[in-house]
Design a protein around this ligand. Structure first.
Ligand SMILES: CC(C)(COP(=O)(O)OP(=O)(O)OC[C@H]1O[C@@H](n2cnc3c(N)ncnc32)[C@H](O)[C@@H]1OP(=O)(O)O)[C@@H](O)C(=O)NCCC(=O)NCCS
Length: 219
């Protein structure tokens, strides 16, 4: 996660019109064409929209949210470019990014993303970030369950990795809570604010998730 969600180079690309990727217009079952809407108990996960940019800027650029993730964009325009990049990478079959939208709100307060680590998406990495007002609300665990089901059952991921800075107690706690297994420490592998952080490597396998998903997510 720490190399996600904000990929280098995305700012160089042109912005995609919002209307080309509206989740409401989805008729295809192919996630590369458009993501489905996944419904949680009190929120939805849906395709990112350009008008999510301002709320994502407000939610994901605070110190407590961004201190252990790659630096997020610093402007609405930067987030719009990131959102357009997520659409292009999804269409190319490399990546999916869900916007987290609580019931009663129109725009995203966080994201879940999954990117392929090899051709065909057999091995992938996921990451997530939510605005801090929504921490500890069960939104993470509920959303993670939907994303893990989607990754393993729809995308066809076999092994799903995550990286979290060892100092990121909340990020590591979140991964543990949804059944990820610790594999080891990647020493001094993540540079943030001039510090090379050790990262914990976590994994979940499709067969383990399918067997235990009903009890892996605690509420
Ligand atoms: C990661 C994130 C999405 C998790 O969402 P969340 O709502 O905070 O997660 P939850 O509260 O459901 O779960 C976090 C777990 O870590 C535990 N935790 C929190 N602080 C902790 C600490 N200081 N030490 C140990 N565990 C801690 C919590 O108790 C909780 O486990 P529990 O529900 O079993 O008690 C959110 O914290 C976030 O957006 N963080 C900033 C971005 C980020 O770091 N992303 C992850 C990169 S890998």
């Amino acid at each position: 996660m720490e190399k996600m969600p904000f990929q280098p180079g995305m700012e160089l690309e042109a912005t995609m019109p919002a209307s080309t990727t509206s989740a409401a217009a989805v008729t295809s079952t192919d996630w590369r064409v458009a993501l489905p809407v996944l419904t949680g108990t009190n929120f939805q996960l849906r395709e990112m929209r350009l008008d999510d940019a301002a709320s994502l800027l407000a939610m994901l650029t605070t110190e407590e949210v961004s201190r252990f993730i790659s630096p997020p964009p610093t402007t609405v325009e930067g987030f719009e470019k990131f959102i357009a990049w997520t659409h292009r990478e999804r269409a190319a079959g490399n990546y999916v990014c869900f916007a987290v939208v609580p019931n009663g709100l129109d725009t995203a307060i966080g994201i879940f993303q999954v990117r392929t680590l090899e051709p065909g998406f057999g091995m992938a990495e996921w990451g997530f970030a939510l605005g801090s007002p929504f921490w500890g609300t069960n939104l993470f665990a509920d959303g993670a369950r939907l994303v893990l089901d989607f990754a393993f059952n729809t995308v066809g991921v076999r092994r799903l990795e995550a990286r979290a800075a060892v100092a990121n107690a909340r990020g590591n706690g979140a991964l543990r809570k949804v059944g990820a297994v610790q594999e080891g420490v990647l020493r001094r592998s993540f540079l943030r604010n001039g510090v090379h952080h050790d990262q914990m490597l976590w994994s979940i396998f499709a067969e383990d998730w399918c067997q235990t998903s009903s009890k892996a997510v605690t509420h």
